[in-house]
Write a protein that binds this ligand. Structure first.
Ligand SMILES: NC(=O)c1ccc[n+]([C@@H]2O[C@H](COP(=O)([O-])OP(=O)(O)OC[C@H]3O[C@@H](n4cnc5c(N)ncnc54)[C@H](O)[C@@H]3O)[C@@H](O)[C@H]2O)c1
Ligand SMILES: O=P(O)(O)OC[C@@H](O)[C@@H](O)[C@H](O)[C@H](O)CO
Length: 471
């Protein structure tokens, strides 16, 4: 069978207008796929230079197939079944700064380049005090970016539209702050700092598309059907939303919306972020510990299980929606869309992968809802509380599977389980939650009740009882 290569190209090769830090599944199925949609409508006419931000990565694999790969979209969108694939053709070149730092710095010379995108995972936007301007390359992504920006500044050229896609709140501002911190640390001068501030725009974003990545169990069949080899097939759901906070001029510069994509440019992305984190990531983080204790493995199985479906639906409508400050009909529409995405029969989304680093996820994705609910209703949200009880059981080492978390969190629990009163000690561990959860009246008692129920009758019974009790 033929290997995917240039002979498969159908679109013109456009000049490089984008630098992209990261070659991971998400960016290829999200940013590069969207650029291709603009190119197909002659709206952007731009290509991408992909920079591999860490020493080891997949850019060589991309080169081996002339920087082409297939995006496979499978799922439902607005009730309609979608099963579609296309070869993405917009990556012009890949650059490995660890092998050829000069090629990386030379990107600064290219006047066609206007945009910088990145997704270097949540760990990527970080300051490394050991980074130096003279390093080839700097260790951190912001360190590398500062070196490139400084090169551009020295050449007297215009700045960039910088659009990070890492899933951290205020990603654009955080990235800019770190760049300015390096400017001070490396003594790059007030003129450079002014150039960073005035000639570059840093946008904050919220990205949302479920991208399970390489479909290893089906790749051979797909290749047979398509009649070519592709080692970098990336599978994603058809749904996406890209919320970008910043100047509306971006809509003209980057005509994603004009290409028919679900992109929102706004001066305040927080409501969108709250909606997604609470109504999509929140139920993920709630269902994962309880359903795993009941022997369920995937999000799809949760949604096709009568008990668990009702539990998740009730959590969304009774515990989460009333706490999000957006119009009710908008939230209802979003919740229904999320359920459709969770039910996607083509995506095997493992609860164990959602469970990675659950304690910080509980803090970021459920605790704010929990607190808003308590403040508004004067009582505890039973479903989120059951999730917390389940986490306490799992992190005490009392489940058939092990918790996967940071060494610090696992070490904290190792100490907490030895306390005379484990539940009180765990709820009071401010280093985990940012506050003492014993402050919530009745929380410890409800957790103890939940734990007894799970231990005596199982997690499914606990879910059934909450379903029967209703609110
Ligand atoms: N896969 C999804 O469904 C999905 C959806 C939305 C957001 N995200 C987020 O996108 C991020 C990437 O996901 P992915 O599926 O593309 O993963 P991936 O493993 O395919 O790619 C990870 C990318 O991050 C880079 N990277 C890793 N550690 C880094 C570091 N310390 N510094 C700089 N770069 C680093 C790698 O070089 C690679 O380009 C994750 O943080 C995830 O939370 C994923
Ligand atoms: O990717 P994580 O591990 O931070 O979170 C697990 C899921 O909640 C998450 O991947 C969602 O599916 C994604 O955020 C949808 O855009």
């Amino acid at each position: 069978m033929k290997q995917l290569d240039n002979s498969f190209r159908k679109l013109p090769k456009y000049p490089t207008k984008v630098i992209q830090f990261g070659e991971g599944n998400f960016l290829r199925a999200f940013v590069d796929w969207q650029i291709q949609q603009m190119n197909k409508k002659d709206l952007f006419k731009g290509g991408v230079a992909v920079v591999q931000p860490i020493e080891n990565g997949m850019t060589k694999m991309l080169d081996e197939q002339d920087d082409l790969y297939t995006v496979l979209l499978e799922g439902k969108l607005n009730g309609e079944k979608v099963q579609d694939h296309e070869i993405v053709e917009d990556i012009n070149e890949t650059i490995r700064p660890y092998e050829d730092y000069q090629a990386y710095l030379d990107l600064a010379k290219n006047d066609d380049i206007e945009f910088i995108f990145s997704n270097t995972t949540e760990a990527g936007i970080a300051f490394d005090e050991n980074d130096k301007l003279t390093d080839k390359p700097q260790n951190s992504y912001p360190g590398k970016l500062t070196a490139l920006l400084y090169e551009r500044f020295k050449l007297g050229k215009k700045g960039f539209q910088i659009i990070p896609c890492e899933l951290i709140n205020h990603n654009g501002n955080t990235l800019k702050e770190i760049v300015l911190k390096y400017a001070k640390l490396w003594d790059l001068g007030a003129d450079f700092e002014a150039w960073v501030n005035n000639e570059n725009d840093f946008y904050a974003t919220l990205v949302d598309r479920i991208v399970p990545g390489y479909p290893k169990d089906r790749a051979a069949d797909l290749e047979k059907e398509w009649q070519y080899h592709d080692n970098l097939i990336v599978k994603a759901e058809p749904f996406l939303i890209f919320v970008i906070e910043g100047d509306k001029k971006l809509e003209k510069l980057l005509p994603l919306k004009a290409a028919g994509l679900n992109v929102v440019v706004t001066d305040d992305m927080q409501p969108y972020r709250n909606r997604k984190v609470s109504l999509l990531n929140g139920p993920h983080t709630t269902m994962s510990p309880i359903a795993r204790l009941a022997g369920i493995e995937t999000v799809g199985e949760v949604m096709s299980d009568t008990d668990f479906y009702k539990f998740v639906n009730d959590e969304m409508y009774q515990e989460i929606i009333p706490t999000v400050a957006l119009p009710k009909d908008e939230l209802t529409a979003y919740a229904e869309g999320v359920k459709e995405r969770f039910e996607n029969p083509y995506v095997r989304h493992e609860l164990s992968s959602i469970a990675l680093n659950s304690i910080s996820k509980f803090k970021a994705r459920l605790l704010p809802t929990f607190k808003r609910y308590v403040a508004a209703e004067g009582k505890l949200p039973k479903r989120i509380t059951l999730a917390l009880a389940s986490y306490l059981k799992i992190y005490a080492g009392e489940a058939d599977f092990k918790p996967q978390d940071t060494p610090e969190t696992l070490a904290a629990f190792e100490k907490l389980v030895k306390a005379d009163d484990y539940v009180e000690a765990a709820l009071g561990a401010t280093e985990l939650w940012g506050e003492d959860l014993n402050q919530f009246d009745g929380l410890k008692a409800l957790i103890l009740e939940d734990l007894e129920l799970i231990n005596q009758q199982g997690a499914r019974k606990a879910v059934q009882l909450i379903n029967q009790e209703g609110k």
